[in-house]
Design a protein around this ligand. Structure first.
Ligand SMILES: Nc1ncnc2c1ncn2[C@@H]1O[C@H](COP(=O)(O)OP(=O)(O)OP(=O)(O)O)[C@@H](O)[C@H]1O
Length: 597
């Protein structure tokens, strides 16, 4: 931590310690509630801001925690009224544990159902979380046995703790939550969360199970929120439908959006300020406050999508960074391994066998019986006119969950892939891919992207922040050729099209692939840069990697390739040495404008 951050943290700690002595019991209670809401806002920021999973019913987890404590500590009559309160500590602990476990289990099920389908998108989880929170209120209100009804459960607060005690307990819980959240989002795992949020397919093709990352973060957020709900119930002795309904869920979104997504500190301040303001204004203008909150959410989303506090935090960070430069990550070449032969054994051996592959989009047949081998230590170029099916072939070979006919057999040493391996499994086994349109992680720097790529799907540490990124010498070459030298700390979103192109090739190579499929890696590069990239590709081929290049530049193809496959109308019409290209009628027609007979 830099000195100003230490000073700011110490000042905040002093204010929090002293504040209750300057106010009365009423404000101590309000602040304690605000701290619990701040915990919820931080957990929602974790889920929505960092992992990109929009949880519109986040209040449900809070309500489950609160209700569970209410149930564990009270006895209900058969019409749903509380008849007795059992205030033993064990019951509060049991209620908290049950609430956290129930919320975690339900969140895991909801996330798995909503996120794991191939066709799922953000819309699924938005609708399902919203519907669940709304349905939960209806079920609760109409089920007296749940303690529902107008007033819900009440009068079961943990009486041994004073308002001042709750103030300090909730402040400590908030401090721990914020500290843990900041460590995790700054760690290597934090990079993966942002990568999955920015560009889930890219993360998947680097070997990461993006769905599991999202499910894990969503579930962790639900658990923390349920814990906050349980403490809220112990403190206030109230559990009712207001704690898991749409109104509170909307307030939570407002706190995060107004505070500034993906900043942790912003949503924390947003929740404290807004919940205090809400508590005061709600006393006098309850109807208007809800409208103000809704209007604020819309205004922020439309006019200041970064939130109100987040940009200030970032601005302060930028100003501070002039005096206290942030610790970037350095990209360094991994030390040479003299024990390793220059060329890996097994050159000439097939690594992927494709047989009679048929694939279509609806009624459009795009691959029509493709058969070819991808061979270790060979530079194979796949050419063909626009729409021939080259990119589709890449997609079907790198993701066997895409419904297709025919066989794709992976013969990658040390890896046994099942019948229909998922994209991240194929990537982990050593098949790397570069997309036709550069696909990078907008909020990651060049070094951070290479760090994730280099791990090839191995889960990164949730607390460690790597200062250096060790990459193979070939990656250093690509970084230099692509002009990324000295840009290790540049955000990918700030790179030009050509630089992103280079970064994506470097990422694919950093993953230490056995097979690398590059879809038009030289698009946007100068003749000189193409020449250099060609040399890197030849080097990869020479160390035993199977390089598959999809290219339109025929001169380049003829110069670098060992073998050329010509695809036309989803069929392989030529498969042989580069001279094949010169003689191919289809290629001539597509590239040189000669009609096909
Ligand atoms: N997601 C999709 N849905 C429907 N049709 C698609 C989709 N993606 C590609 N196609 C169609 O499939 C055919 C093959 O496309 P593909 O991108 O694989 O060709 P390509 O050989 O890579 O072409 P190019 O050289 O222009 O990139 C085209 O007719 C294209 O319009």
């Amino acid at each position: 931590m830099s000195r100003p951050v230490v000073v700011a943290t110490a000042a905040a700690a002093v204010v929090v310690l002293v504040a209750p002595y300057l106010t009365g019991t009423y404000y101590q209670q309000l602040l304690a509630q605000a701290f619990l809401y701040a915990i919820v806002a931080v957990s929602l920021d974790f889920v929505w801001g960092y992992a990109g999973v929009p949880d519109l019913g986040h209040a449900l987890w809070f309500g489950i925690g609160a209700l569970s404590v209410g149930h564990a500590t009270t006895v209900l009559s058969d019409v749903g009224l509380v008849t007795e309160v059992h205030g033993s500590f064990g019951r509060y602990a049991l209620g908290t544990l049950t609430g956290v476990v129930a919320a975690t289990a339900l969140a895991a099920i909801v996330a798995r159902l909503c996120l794991s389908s191939r066709r799922s998108n953000d819309f699924y989880i938005v609708v399902v979380t919203l519907a669940l929170a709304t349905a939960a209120v209806t079920v609760y209100d109409q089920t007296p046995a749940l303690g529902g009804g107008e007033n819900g459960l009440f009068g079961f607060n943990l009486q041994d703790v004073t308002p001042l005690g709750w103030y300090y307990i909730t402040a400590a819980l908030l401090a721990v939550t914020v500290a843990v959240a900041l460590v995790v989002v700054r760690s290597d795992f934090g990079l993966l969360m942002r990568a999955v949020r920015d560009n889930a397919p890219r993360a998947r093709y680097l070997g990461y199970n993006d769905v599991n990352v999202k499910i894990g973060v969503f579930t962790a957020g639900a658990a923390v929120t349920a814990l906050a709900g349980a403490v809220f119930a112990m403190m206030t002795g109230v559990a009712n439908d207001g704690q898991f309904g749409f109104t509170l869920a909307t307030s939570m979104l407002v706190w995060v959006a107004v505070g500034g997504r993906a900043t942790i500190v912003g949503p924390m301040i947003g929740a404290i300020v807004m919940s205090l303001a809400g508590a005061k204004l709600n006393e006098h203008f309850p109807a208007q406050w809800t409208i103000i909150e809704g209007a604020l959410l819309i205004a922020v989303v439309v006019f200041v999508p970064g939130g109100l506090i987040g940009p200030l935090v970032r601005l302060a960070g930028r100003l501070l960074s002039r005096r206290y430069p942030p610790r970037g990550r350095a990209v360094v070449a991994a030390p040479a391994r003299p024990d390793r032969p220059a060329r890996e054994p097994g050159g000439g051996r097939p690594l992927i066998r494709i047989r009679d592959l048929v694939f279509g989009y609806g009624s459009l047949r795009v691959l029509d019986g493709v058969t070819l081998d991808v061979v270790a230590g060979e530079l194979l170029c796949v050419v063909g006119p626009n729409g021939a099916g080259k990119s589709t072939l890449t997609s079907v070979v790198t993701d066997r969950r895409l419904r297709s006919q025919g066989d794709v057999e992976y013969l990658l040493p040390g890896h046994r892939l099942g019948d229909r391996p998922a994209a991240h499994q194929i990537a982990r086994a050593g098949v790397g891919r570069k997309f036709q349109i550069p696909s990078v992680f907008a909020s990651l720097t060049v070094a951070e992207a290479l760090l994730l790529a280099g791990r090839r799907g191995a889960p990164p540490s949730p607390w460690r922040r790597s200062a250096t990124v060790e990459v193979a010498p070939a990656v250093v070459d690509i970084v230099r050729i692509a002009g990324l030298d000295g840009r290790a700390d540049t955000l990918s979103s700030d790179l030009s099209h050509g630089l992103r192109q280079g970064l994506e090739v470097a990422m694919a190579v950093a993953a230490r692939p056995r097979v690398i499929i590059l879809d038009e890696p030289t698009a946007g590069l100068t003749a000189h840069e193409r020449h250099d990239i060609g040399q890197v590709l030849e080097h990869l081929r020479d160390i035993g990697i199977a390089v598959v290049l999809i290219e339109h530049d025929l001169d380049f193809v003829i110069r670098v390739s060992d073998r050329v496959v010509v695809l036309h109308g989803g069929r392989v019409i030529e498969d042989g040495p580069p001279e094949t290209v010169r003689g191919s009628e289809v290629v001539r027609s597509a590239y040189l404008g000669t009609a096909v007979r």
